[in-house]
Design a protein around this ligand. Structure first.
Ligand code: S3P
Length: 176
């Protein structure tokens, strides 16, 4: 059975949606960022600080290779997982890709709740988000099999939409 892979910008709800979706489908949940942190015994923020972004991107790429060995899982990626073409090909080979989106305002509000994201730990956070979002939007769209705007939806509503898409596409083979 194919994996269900969630992609999207920071603050679009990949982790909360992924947990809930995995729960509803009784499937394992893989949070790639969390797994990178556990395997390297550090936080992503510390990784960026100590070794730089390129080092983290290397770990992220290795994790995508590992994720391709999973089956039947719900996988939440980090927001930058689509930056390398190789990653997108790897993710596509492992399953169906669901892209979560949200408006700039909602992303700013959600990502402002915690300061665990090294890319957004800067004085001009709003400008940085707007810039990253516009440079990445096309990448998320190109990689996606299905897109859900989470701005005005509860995680439950987002999961319901994803489930109905998966059922219609025959990805669940009559389950759930
Ligand atoms: C990143 C997103 C983060 C994390 C890292 C880099 C990005 O994950 O992988 O801080 O480049 O967009 P979330 O999207 O889960 O916040």
């Amino acid at each position: 059975m194919k994996n269900i892979v969630l992609i999207g910008f920071m603050g679009t709800g990949k982790t909360s949606t992924g947990k809930l979706l995995a729960n509803r489908l009784s499937r394992p949940f893989l949070d790639m960022d969390k797994k990178i942190e556990i395997e390297n015994n550090t936080t992503i923020a510390e990784m960026f600080q100590q070794y730089g972004e390129a080092y983290f991107r290397q770990k992220e790429q290795e994790m995508i290779v590992k994720a391709a060995r999973y089956t039947n899982a719900v996988i939440a990626t980090g927001g930058g997982a689509v930056l390398a073409e190789k990653n997108v090909a790897g993710l596509k080979s492992t399953g169906v890709i669901i892209s979560l989106t949200a408006s700039l305002e909602v992303i700013l509000e959600r990502t402002g709740r915690r300061n665990t994201r090294p890319l957004l730990n800067c004085p001009e956070r709003a400008e940085k988000v707007a810039h990253l979002l516009s440079s990445r939007r096309g990448l998320y769209e190109a990689a996606a099999d299905y897109v859900v705007d989470t701005s005005q939806r509860t995680p439950q509503q987002v999961v319901d939409l994803i489930l109905s898409y998966l059922r219609q596409g025959g990805y669940l083979r009559g389950r759930s």
